[in-house]
Ligand binder design. Structure first.
Ligand code: HEC
Ligand code: HEC
Length: 289
């Protein structure tokens, strides 16, 4: 039996718009021969997500727990995967076959390199499993980059491994990363908080882990919300818009095809220092030969 709080979207659709909707869910399921050993090649992407509503609050708590047992990418991906495994329990969809340990490599921005934040990497990996990384990716990356973290959403959380979230009123700093990069996201916060990556609180938790576990929980929960919203509407109602401070840069530079990226340019480029042929460039407009 499924938990009561795991509302069936399939049922809901059937009630509201009739039995034709059933076909939507059914068409995504993998048909297997009863009793046969189900080999890994029976996992067909995309995996289904449309039939049941996953609970963002459950995802938040699960991601928080998993964070302390394998790092940020593992935490975010496993929180979401666990939710899908539970709502699809007993159905041979492929969710049941996936192991939770696939995404430990992303910790610390991939093997500690500080590149893409593992939390985003983990959420995007699960979006990829359900075929929505293109539809929801911009929105999630932007939401993370522009949100003031950590939030108070995890106040009172205790991980299954024993770590207690520091109450938000005692958190030393709240920062907006303005970047999806692990290095920048963590460094900005550590600088504002006046701590090193290794410093620990009196309760023994690393400040950095307190921060990152909360962002892991919140970003996984946000991903669950986006998935639910997309499943209901086939779109995101208020889609990502490039922040005003660098929308102008992209107006020119996405069309010019001279760079790859949608990150906030101003984290790395100072407009006054940017040199351009001609004089209309924002800043001093030094001429290049
Ligand atoms: C009106 C169009 C336009 C806008 C707006 C614009 N750029 Fe440019 N940018 C250019 C052009 C044209 C070049 C010249 C490329 C060349 O010299 O080959 C350039 C060159 C650059 C370069 C590389 C060349 C260098 O010497 O530094 C960078 C980096 C750059 N822009 C960043 C930015 C950033 C960041 C912003 C936003 C603050 C921005 N641009 C806004 C048109 C624009
Ligand atoms: C994480 C840092 C970072 C961010 C964010 C970033 N850039 Fe860059 N960008 C660089 C570096 C490093 C170079 C190489 C500069 C060099 O070699 O002089 C570069 C080069 C460029 C160039 C020159 C490419 C060429 O072929 O000469 C352009 C144009 C550019 N960036 C535009 C942008 C725009 C527009 C944005 C925002 C959408 C942006 N960058 C965001 C770090 C960044």
């Amino acid at each position: 039996m499924k938990d009561l709080n795991q509302v069936s979207r399939r049922q809901f659709l059937a009630w509201s718009v009739g039995a034709a909707s059933l076909a939507v869910g059914a068409s995504t399921a993998v048909i297997t021969t009863p009793g046969s050993a189900r080999a890994a090649e029976e996992i067909r992407l995309p995996l289904p997500y449309i039939d049941f509503v996953i609970d963002p609050e459950m995802v938040r708590q699960c991601a928080f727990n998993h964070y302390f047992n394998g790092g940020c990418m593992h935490g975010a991906a496993s929180g979401l995967m666990q939710a899908f495994k539970e709502v699809y329990e007993g159905e041979n969809t492929g969710w049941d076959l996936l192991p939770l340990g696939m995404y430990k490599y992303g910790s610390g921005g991939v093997a500690g390199w500080g590149t893409l934040c593992g939390i985003l990497n983990g959420c995007m990996a699960v979006l990829n499993l359900i075929g929505l990384h293109g539809e929801l990716g911009d929105h999630l990356m932007s939401w993370y980059s522009t949100t003031l973290f950590p939030t108070a959403n995890c106040d009172g959380f205790v991980a299954t491994t024993g770590q207690e979230a520091i109450p938000d009123e005692d958190v030393r700093a709240h920062t907006v990363s303005e970047s999806p990069l692990c290095h920048i996201s963590i460094s900005k916060w550590c600088k504002a908080a006046g701590v090193s990556v290794a410093d620990t609180s009196k309760s023994g938790i690393r400040y950095k882990d307190d921060r990152c576990s909360k962002i892991c929980a919140d970003t996984a929960a946000k991903t669950a919300e986006l998935i639910n919203e997309y499943a209901d509407n086939h779109q995101i109602l208020e889609p990502f818009a490039t922040p005003a401070q660098y929308v102008g840069c992209l107006d020119c530079h996405s069309g010019r095809k001279d760079q790859v990226g949608k990150m906030d340019c101003l984290g790395c480029h100072v407009p006054e220092h940017v040199v351009k042929v001609g004089s209309e460039h924002p800043g001093k407009g030094k001429r290049r030969l």
